[in-house]
Design a protein around this ligand. Sequence first.
Ligand code: PFF
Length: 460
Amino acid sequence: MPTERTSIHGQWSNRLAFILAATGSAVGLGNIWKFPYIAGENGGGAFVLVYLLCIAVIGIPIMMAEVMLGRRGRQSPINTMRTLAYEEKVSPAWRWLGWAGVLAGFLILSYYSVIAGWALAYVFRAGSGLFTGLTADGVQSIFSNLVDEPERLLAWHTIFMVMTMIIVGRGVRSGLERAVRLLMPALFVLLLVLVGYAWNTDAFDQGLEFLFTPDFGAITANGVLIAMGHAFFTLSLGMGAIMVYGSYLPDNASIAKTSVTVSLMDTTVALLAGMAIFPIVFANGLEPGAGPGLIFQTLPIAFGHMDGGAFFGMLFFLLLVFAAWTSAISLIEPAVAWLVENHGMSRIYAAALAGMVTWGTGLLTVFSFNLWADFKPLGMFAVFEGYTIFDLLDYLTANIMLPLGGLLIAVFAAWQMRRESSVEELAMGDGFLYGLWRMLVRYITPVAVIIVFLHAIGVL
Ligand code: PFF
């Protein structure tokens, strides 16, 4: 029998609601903004292959582990880890894993919100018909005009943070469930429209080849780390976001099926984004390694040349904002749930407090694109050559904190928790599939993460 615990924050109406919320968390800027540009920077095909492999053998099993821990603990990740460590009679120090997740979520949201601000700004730029007929150069200068101005970035960042805090303050269930149900399919359809446009460019084959033909010479040890880090980032793993969503999951829902469904949807969206973007990159003589501005410098070309482009462009960026929004709330939910549980705060108050701290940290990213664009704090190390504060924040969180968090989650779920506990909570019997999951989480994930880390720092 599962534990009798219930969450004080409420519960999803059913399994579908959880799938939608978890997909809402997973599908975000990571799929549409980040995946294409890091794939572009790391040579394409081989990077994509490593990423897909990481999703399958690390991502899905870790997602199951996180949902399982969350549902069993039924509290914020910090308190869940404390409770489970107590029940499993292991060190209370495991609660620090919850804390590390809160810190990672807060750091990620600080820059995530700035980029989501770009998407917000583009809703209006697209809607006003600004992109009509533009060439690559024109689109590039619209992008620079935006990011060169700290005040502008700050304003959009502020608006996005306020939007996020309002939803978090209202609670996970009201509003959120319904919004995701409608917006996710719409985003999917719009991506298909863009792939359709890309198909008609004369570089569709070249784009696909770049994305799907592995050239192992083009990837470095650091590139492998980035691919693995991105598998965690894109599935929202390693920091408690999926754990806290799991804590609102009804007892009778299948953890394995939901995790596989969410991961498949997330991967499909990323691949579609890549298939839309790279043909446009090549058809217009752009650079696949252009960096964080990639989608903002490519998609407007497509919108500027298709019928009804102003409308579709506006709709696309609006949906991107929604995708970012449903991810952003999950980044801060672990902290907010903890403030409510341990400090008796109302959700509104907790959200405002967490939001203000995150907003302030976001200034580091805002200035990374203009005033401090030439400040490269770790430029003396070869790997970090040319990294701004924003690049470093992203590297630290996605490539180090999330995989490390995932590694520890794996160790807890498969080495510290009793086998009976995980058999009971996963509720998929004790047969082949359970054995496969346990083997992956017990051996493959920790070993893979450690090997990739060691490679990246040059020890192996
Ligand atoms: N998965 C989100 C994306 O791909 O945009 C980002 C994210 C959300 C990362 C929640 C981590 C997290 F906990």
